[in-house]
Ligand binder design. Structure first.
Ligand code: GLY
Ligand code: MN
Ligand code: MN
Length: 444
């Protein structure tokens, strides 16, 4: 099982310490456990940025990185975490404990999480800058503010609180936006498993099945590979595909309808994000096929636009032009191509963007603009390319034969010096490939 090594987590801490500069302190807390009801909690998932720096997946943990006046002094990485406790471990599972924090997770020092309030002040006083991820957890924000006050209250002893408090996310988000080879390997694994899940969905779908039954086929492949969904799966038959965030997945899949599946897993905290749309009965109708091929052409051209140096928005511009021309050709829209694009009246049928950063989070961190300008693709950035067309079931401005058809096709693309690299190419997407795969599954 491919996992990141501590060498990589340490490299990230080294990089962060360098970006922080001298005489600074960074405080990074993991996510709290989320309660589902009473004493039953949701399956725990560490905070992405905390995990990115530590590889530590247990709850109730805080990492602190301190730099000193001289860069030559290096930095100190302290991990506050749960102590080992035989009884708690019998009930709730293994803990690395304070020794494990040092031996397994390479902290320079470790303390019990219960010691955080007592130990943290000494790490804050007399630092120039405090780096903190403000706004993620209100309760923790309040504690950080209180620590800052306590540090400030030491001024008569000759100590000072940091003069600057800086949003740590700005540093970490930029680091996370550029993926290393190892990160791309994990994303490729997540993508392969997700592609297998979509392939299985195409092979197993039948008219009369419930949408959640098809979702179960996806979950089987995710679970069999030790993965969890990276986001709530969308399995929308027929007109449900026109609801962009449809997650009820509780309707019958009907003969003659398409089904849109937007579902993918995360592997070792790295996400994939795939959408495929295919006919429940294995054969596209002429209308479905006509619309599908417009979306496919738009998607293929938009992927080609993920070139280093191109604007983040270029795939969207490319996709919109092809989608609008296709709608004009089919008579679904009337008018002038340039005017429709300029007025954005196409949003009646295509109302979302064409992609987003992808990484540890499905809608990953990283800025989209530098100042006024959309930023450009750089080596190792990963973006989704996901154009679609959605003809609302009650849209009386279009011929009835088109209504209720919703289509999206989504792949995950890495910007590389050799051009766009598609991580999710293992699941078919042309009409011919889909129909052939589904026909083969039926005859088997
Ligand atoms: N699955 C969420 C998205 O495509 O943005
Ligand atoms: Mn997406
Ligand atoms: Mn998606």
């Amino acid at each position: 099982m491919k996992k990141l090594t501590q060498v990589e987590f340490k490299e990230r801490r080294d990089q962060l310490a360098e970006l922080m500069g001298p005489n600074s302190v960074a405080i990074i807390a993991t996510s709290p456990v989320a309660m589902r009801n009473r004493d039953a909690d949701y399956k725990y998932r560490a905070d992405s940025s905390f995990f990115y720096l530590t590889g530590f997946a247990e709850p109730e943990a805080v990492a602190v990185i301190e730099t000193y006046e001289s860069i030559d002094e290096g930095y100190t990485y302290t991990l506050f975490c749960r102590e080992r406790n035989r009884e708690m471990e019998i009930w709730n599972g293994y803990r690395a404990g304070l020794e494990g924090a040092i031996e397994l997770f390479e902290a320079d020092e470790s303390f019990a999480i219960a010691q955080l309030d007592a130990e943290i002040i000494a790490k804050i006083v007399n630092k120039d800058t405090l780096y903190y991820r403000l706004g993620h957890q209100t309760e923790f924000d309040v504690r950080v503010a209180a620590w800052n006050q306590q540090a400030d209250a030491q001024h008569r002893q000759g100590n000072t609180a940091p003069a600057k408090i800086v949003q740590l996310d700005r540093l970490l988000d930029e680091m996370r936006l550029h993926k290393t080879e190892s990160e791309l390997e994990l994303m490729q694994i997540a993508s392969n498993i997700s592609a297998e899940a979509h392939t299985r969905a195409m092979q197993t779908v039948k008219a009369g099945m419930m949408e959640y039954e098809l979702e179960a086929e996806l979950n089987y492949i995710f679970g069999k590979n030790g993965c969890v969904p990276a986001y709530n799966s969308i399995v929308g038959g027929g007109e449900n595909a026109c609801i962009l965030h449809y997650v009820e997945n509780d309707k019958v899949l009907k003969d003659g309808d398409l089904v849109l599946i937007d579902a993918a897993c995360e592997y070792q905290c790295y996400a994939s994000d795939i959408t495929r749309t295919f006919p429940v009965n294995g054969q596209f109708s002429p209308e479905q096929k006509a619309l599908y091929n417009i979306v496919l052409d738009a998607q293929i051209a938009a992927i080609e636009a993920v070139q280093i140096g191109n604007s983040y928005k270029e795939p969207h511009h490319v996709a919109v032009r092809i989608l609008v021309q296709g709608l004009l050709d089919l008579g679904i829209m009337q008018g002038n191509l340039e005017e429709i694009i300029a007025s954005e009246s196409y949003r009646q049928f295509y109302m979302h963007g064409t992609g987003h950063w992808l990484g540890m989070d499905v809608h990953d961190v990283g800025s989209y603009k530098h100042g006024e300008d959309w930023r450009v693709y750089e080596e190792g950035m990963v973006v989704t390319v996901e154009p679609g067309l959605y003809i609302a079931p009650d849209d009386e401005t279009v011929d009835a034969k088109w209504r209720g058809i919703g289509i999206r096709i989504e792949d995950d693309i890495v910007a590389t010096a050799n051009g766009p690299l598609n991580l999710t190419s293992k699941v078919v997407k042309t009409v011919e490939e889909i129909e052939a795969l589904m026909a083969k599954a039926k005859s088997a």
